[in-house]
Ligand binder design. Structure first.
Ligand SMILES: Nc1nc2c(ncn2[C@@H]2O[C@H](COP(=O)(O)OP(=O)(O)OP(=O)(O)O)[C@@H](O)[C@H]2O)c(=O)[nH]1
Ligand SMILES: [Mg+2]
Length: 219
């Protein structure tokens, strides 16, 4: 196996070095995509041992992971592990993702934020609604379609490669997994919330629900 970790990072100077150092304990090659950060994210990632790719303009998370995955493919990865750069994903779970992918019939492993007590209430409710919509529209049994911590085989990357912008990319990858009937597993992961809200808003969640319906008919 040749796994490569891809980390999108925008203004993550506080956490990126620790994330890279910890991830390197499990996987030798780490790609950090610096999404036109205004702080020292890049230098911190380099010093921690990551290969960095810079966006000249900010493309959002979807663009950042696309750049990172394309690079991982060029570097010959057969497995890509996606994780956030803000310290919310515990790198010590990487071996579990890789262990599951030793089973050649599994194409993608989704992290699932099961520690609901630590999840802000609005997200908890929204996640449940999205879970039902995925069951109904894509016949998928998935508790957390938006978790950014996941690992997949590069051979399915052409099927998963998303068109979405920003936070919808993770969800689109999940929908594409359902659309192409790719065998998947979901594993519980712990998420650490440093701030109460930074990513998706309620409006984003409603827009995502609409997107899922659209994906049902367009993917
Ligand atoms: N906010 C933001 N994050 C980006 C961007 N480009 C890449 N990222 C990275 O994408 C990852 C996820 O972003 P977050 O803003 O933490 O999204 P989230 O985890 O869904 O939201 P929170 O739970 O509030 O942290 C982080 O590693 C970011 O550094 C961008 O343009 N904006
Ligand atoms: Mg985050």
């Amino acid at each position: 196996m040749k796994p490569i970790v891809v980390i999108p990072a925008y203004n993550e100077q506080e956490h990126i070095a620790e994330v890279v150092r910890s991830a390197k304990q499990y996987v030798p090659q780490i790609i950090v995509v610096d999404d036109a950060s205004k702080d020292d994210t890049k230098i911190k990632a380099v010093n921690a041992g990551a290969l960095t790719i810079d966006h000249i303009v900010n493309l959002g998370k979807a663009g950042a992971i696309k750049t990172g995955c394309d690079a991982a493919v060029c570097l010959g990865a057969d497995i890509i592990i996606l994780m956030d750069g803000d310290g919310q994903h515990d790198p010590s779970r990487i071996p579990t993702f890789l262990d599951i992918l030793k089973d050649d019939t599994v194409e993608i492993v989704f992290g699932s934020r099961t520690d609901l007590r630590e999840m802000p209430f609005v997200r908890r409710a929204g996640t449940k609604l999205l879970e039902y919509s995925m069951r109904y529209l894509f016949q998928m049994s998935i508790c957390d379609m938006q978790c950014g911590y996941r690992a997949f085989r590069t051979r399915v990357y052409p099927l998963l490669r998303w068109d979405s912008k920003n936070y919808h990319a993770d969800a689109e990858i999940t929908a594409r997994t359902g659309k192409y009937h790719l065998p998947y597993k979901e594993i519980p992961i712990k998420t650490i919330y440093h701030d109460s809200y930074k990513g998706m808003t309620i409006i984003d969640g409603l827009m995502l629900l609409g997107k899922i319906v659209i994906w049902k008919f367009t993917l």
